[in-house]
Design a protein around this ligand. Structure first.
Ligand code: AMP
Ligand code: GLY
Length: 428
């Protein structure tokens, strides 16, 4: 069987790697892919832009693609999955309406409220004056979110009412995020520990992937500006078996049922970003309509079940009765970035040491193959991943692998997994 994965990041390399491990799969095409998906076994890049859905459909038809997995949110929110289905092709991913769970924060918050799914108290506004009045009535810090897609950068946590006002004016004037900021969601600041809970759904049933936790802040100690994610590990120790059940019952089940009730059955990966409070109760921070990046990398590293089998079952509405299994070991991914990221950074730097890697997996993100040489081409460059019996061991192994790799300006956090390591040592 031949499979197409669209996208070019670490998530897509992780998904393609898992797909390629299936005995049923002879070839995985990645459009447009990166250097990792250009060189891995069974994989091949196709030079088609991630947003050129017509060209992807033509390619899928010409090449007998049995399954397409759409990696990123932007094509999903634009309706890529609907287009594939309309062309008679099998494609995993929510359609445009269902993808609004990520594409519009106000749609998502209204959905959560309507279906009684726990989340932060909020208001959504298109006009400055009522937005500021609402914000002034809330205790600080205040969370302000641009309604539309903003590549993970549309969230501001304002420490004071006056800073909240500046942010609200900035977003609603269209200065900060253009179209994505024509409406804002203002919400209560949630306290607790974050976890990523990702499931595959077939419109009625779902199966949860192993839990994970990412580190969004650029610097050690979770300090500095937010990024797409500087590292992740799986499982998330904060999600005990009891909390796991609670998340399924209070969040995922009502979300899948709610989408079906509302006439938009959800088929694809659904990612709930959760805040777990001190009593162990989850609240939804956000929904994403795709797999996490970098969560994909540690989760796929632990997955024992055939991903293609699950994706096909999901597209055919028969996930019920399927099983999903994960390695008991911990997987930890350190994201290696270009110096300066999430701000400006250099591209085109040659990466050394990749051939030395043994005993782990380096997932590529912002890389490209140029004249047989692997060079940087983005902010997040590699996701260096290792398995271990404990978080501490996986962490040590992953950082040992990182030490083999070098390129000009290379940077990574030195403390990925620190909370979980502290838990293991009994310090947290
Ligand atoms: P989002 O893009 O909605 O996931 O927000 C990005 C990050 O901002 C989250 O991962 C949280 O760390 C933080 N955040 C968003 N909403 C809240 C909230 N209501 N309370 C506390 N932190 C939040
Ligand atoms: N790692 C966060 C995300 O994929 O949204």
């Amino acid at each position: 069987m031949k499979v197409l994965v669209t996208g070019s990041g670490g998530r897509e390399h992780g998904l393609a790697w898992s797909v390629a491990s299936s005995a049923e799969v002879e070839r995985v095409y990645v459009a447009p892919g990166n250097a990792g998906t250009a060189i891995d076994d069974k994989m091949e890049n196709v030079d088609i832009d991630v947003m050129d859905i017509d060209a992807q459909i033509a390619f899928a038809k010409q090449n007998d693609i049995a399954l397409t997995i759409i990696g990123p949110e932007v094509p999903l929110v634009a309706g890529a999955a609907d287009q594939f289905q309309a062309a008679g092709l099998t494609c995993l991913g929510p359609g445009r309406e269902a993808a609004r769970l990520e594409g519009s924060k106000s749609f998502s918050k209204d959905f959560l409220e309507r279906h009684g799914i726990p989340t932060a108290r909020y208001g959504s506004f298109e006009n400055v004056d009522p937005a500021i009045e609402f914000s002034n009535g809330m205790s600080t810090p205040i969370v302000i979110k641009a309604d539309g897609l903003a590549a993970g950068k549309g969230v501001v946590i304002a420490p004071t009412h006056s800073e909240a006002e500046v942010t609200i004016r900035d977003m609603l004037s269209g200065n900060a995020f253009g179209e994505a900021g024509y409406r804002v969601v203002i919400e209560e600041f949630l306290v607790g520990e974050e976890a990523s809970f990702i499931v595959i759904a077939d419109g009625k049933s779902f199966l949860p992937f192993a839990t994970s936790q990412d580190h969004k802040a650029a610097f050690d100690g979770d300090k500095g500006p937010n990024t797409g994610g500087m590292g992740a590990y799986s499982p998330a120790p904060v999600v005990t078996p009891e909390i796991h059940q609670r998340i399924e019952d209070l969040v995922i089940k009502p979300a899948i049922e709610g989408m079906a009730e509302d006439g938009h059955p959800y088929v694809g990966f659904l990612y709930a970003g959760l805040m777990i409070d001190e009593e162990g109760y989850p609240r939804v921070i956000e929904f994403n309509c795709r797999f996490g990046d970098p969560e994909t990398q540690p989760v796929m590293m632990r997955m024992k079940t055939d991903l293609v089998r699950l994706c096909l079952a999901a597209t055919q509405g028969r996930l019920e009765g399927e099983q999903i299994e994960f390695d008991d070991q911990v997987a930890l991914t350190v994201v290696v970035v270009s110096g300066g990221y999430p701000g400006d950074y250099a591209k085109g730097c040659a990466i050394q040491g990749l051939s030395k890697i043994e005993g782990g997996k380096v997932f590529h993100a912002g890389t490209k193959l140029e004249d047989g040489e692997i060079k940087t081409s983005g902010g997040r460059v590699l996701g260096v991943t290792a398995l271990g019996q404990s978080v501490g061991e996986a962490q040590e192994k992953a950082y040992n692998l990182v030490n083999d790799i070098s390129f000009d300006g290379m940077y990574c956090r030195s403390d990925i997994g620190y909370r979980a390591v502290a838990r293991e040592k009994g310090d947290a």
